[in-house]
Ligand binder design. Structure first.
Ligand code: MAN
Length: 548
């Protein structure tokens, strides 16, 4: 059956002529279907008489002879859809009892009554289009501002950079200058300080040597129990600390070894003791009193008797202690202990008091003051002080210049980072720089900080996860700025490092409108921004379709 209709669309304006063509053929294809010539299959494979077109029998391999029937499985039916959008449907859908075209033209056999809702759909489409236009319109106005601000910002940053580069050169020169000055004045300062410190060291060492000598002498007379001004084998054997092999007694060889004497001798005098014995035992020598306090088994006298004519004791205070106090100006042979601040403790030295108690042991050490601290070095002389003040000032100048240079370098680096970024062809995306946008879904709050990073924080609490750091623009080759990529986020267990693709489209304000995780640890954000709005084309006076 030949089905040949001449489509007459009453809705059309008079200037659009009705173009006769077979059913299911688009106006643009009408010229291939001429009733007075044989039909050439559109793939060029063969020719058939025009009567074969839409005769419900498939002749052409490409189905082009049956545009208005369902005879060919690969045929296409064109819905004109006047008032809306024309579409092509599979010809198998023709007369299948389902309305596919909004104008109902695919169900021409009348198996089902189709309502023509093309006008309604067209109206809706135009409304949506109008809304889109308005959105683009308003968004584009904001984008123009972004562009202006972005360009201004770039120009400012460039100017700032130039100024800073200039100051950097000057600051480098200044730093070098003040550094040279610092080095120059630090020399004399160091020399003067060292001189002072050396003198102080020498005094200290002399004091130490003096105290060591006293300690050695004290030890000698402590060991010399029979007071014959010699230390002999018997006396040294009374000191368990010389029992090197720990067999419970100090044997001859151990005693000789400590006394640094051979088989032929059995004692040492003070001079030999000071020179040969004391250096080897000073670190572990314990006075009889100390040994007793430590629970030593040695039977030794707790306190040594006064020695007439010697200064060994005065008011039962060991000489070493007296010497120490004497050096600190707190003791004289005549008056004894004279530290008035410590009058309360004076009795301590008056009698057989417990001067050897554990509590006092620390205080009785040679070469240390009462608190166990080294004596403080005296102040520097005025000349050295002056040199220090000059060097301090030079050091401060150097530190200030160094800090200023560092600040300038940091500021240059920040500016460079800003200027290296691509904020779009007209700087419009610079509005996102330094700003963050949040979006909360059922489980997480997501945050996008423009050109910086994207994060995820569980709503239920817990730490923030970095999903990615600014990477690059990742739109299509034709539309580079359609998407951003944030990459190298926190690694995903058994998976890739997290990353985010931010799809950007036109909107009136900057905001994340949705988030998803299309594949594990690979996220997608939807982002609206005026920066993506385009200049709307001039509105057509008549919005009708070309087939209308
Ligand atoms: C966290 C979140 C999720 C992610 C898993 C992967 O729970 O970052 O988005 O899928 O880790 O283990």
């Amino acid at each position: 059956m030949l089905v040949f209709v001449f489509t007459a669309l009453s809705l059309l304006s008079p200037c659009l002529a009705t173009i006769p063509r077979p059913r299911g053929v688009a106006i643009s294809m009408a010229s291939f279907y001429k009733p007075d010539v044989p039909f050439q299959c559109l793939d060029g494979s063969k020719q058939v008489p025009f009567e074969y077109v839409n005769d419900d029998y498939c002749d052409c391999p490409d189905g082009s002879d049956e545009p208005g029937t369902s005879a060919c499985t690969n045929g296409k039916f064109h819905c004109t859809n006047a008032g809306y959008r024309p579409i092509n449907i599979l010809s198998s859908r023709v007369n299948d009892g389902i309305c596919d075209c909004c104008d109902g033209s695919d169900e021409w056999e009348g198996n089902i009554e189709c309502v023509n809702n093309c006008k309604e759909l067209g109206r809706k489409m135009r409304e949506d289009r109008e809304k889109q236009m308005q959105l683009q319109d308003s968004g584009y106005k904001v984008k123009l501002q972004y562009m202006e601000e972005g360009k201004k910002r770039r120009a400012e940053k460039r100017a700032e950079m130039e100024t800073l580069e200039q100051s950097k050169v000057e600051l480098e020169a200044l730093k070098n200058e003040v550094e040279a000055r610092k080095i120059e004045v630090e020399g004399p300062e160091k020399e003067a300080k060292e001189k002072h410190e050396q003198a102080w060291k020498e005094v200290q060492e002399a004091k130490k040597a003096e105290l060591d000598k006293i300690k050695a002498e004290t030890a000698f007379y402590e060991m010399d129990e029979n007071k014959d001004n010699r230390v002999d084998l018997v006396e040294i054997k009374a000191h368990a600390q010389f029992d090197v092999d720990n067999n419970g007694e100090v044997c001859d060889s151990e005693a000789r070894e400590h006394l640094e004497i051979g088989e032929e001798a059995d004692h040492v005098d003070l001079e030999h003791f000071m020179e040969k014995v004391w250096p080897n035992i000073r670190d572990f020598y314990k006075s009889p009193a100390e040994q007793e306090d430590k629970g030593d088994n040695q039977e030794i006298e707790p306190k040594l008797p006064p020695r007439p004519g010697r200064r060994y004791v005065k008011n039962k205070l060991p000489m070493i202690e007296r010497k120490k106090l004497q050096m600190r100006g707190k003791y004289t042979e005549d008056d004894g202990y004279i530290d008035h601040e410590e009058d309360d403790d004076e009795d301590e030295f008056d009698d057989d008091d417990d001067i050897d108690d554990d509590d006092d042991e620390e205080e009785n050490r040679v070469g240390e003051n009462k608190t166990g601290e080294e004596e403080a070095m005296p102040e520097y002389d005025d000349e050295t002080k002056q040199l220090i003040a000059v060097a301090d000032a030079a050091r401060k100048q150097f530190t200030d210049a160094d800090n200023a240079l560092r600040d300038a370098e940091n500021a240059i680096r920040d500016l460079q980072n800003y200027l290296n970024l691509d904020y779009g062809p007209n700087e419009e995306f610079s509005a996102l720089k330094g700003n963050c946008y949040e979006y909360t879904d059922r489980e997480y709050t997501y945050k996008l900080c423009g050109f910086e990073k994207a994060t995820q924080r569980p709503k239920a609490g817990g730490s923030e996860t970095t999903l990615g750091n600014w990477g690059k623009w990742e739109g299509t080759p034709e539309d580079k700025y359609a998407a951003q990529k944030y990459e190298n986020g926190q690694s995903c267990w058994n998976g890739p490092n997290r990353s985010v693709k931010v799809n950007m489209k036109c909107g009136l304000e900057n905001k994340v409108t949705g988030t998803s995780e299309p594949s594990r640890c690979e996220y997608a954000f939807d982002f609206e921004t005026p920066a993506r709005c385009t200049e709307p084309p001039a509105r057509a006076s008549d919005d009708t379709h070309d087939e209308l």
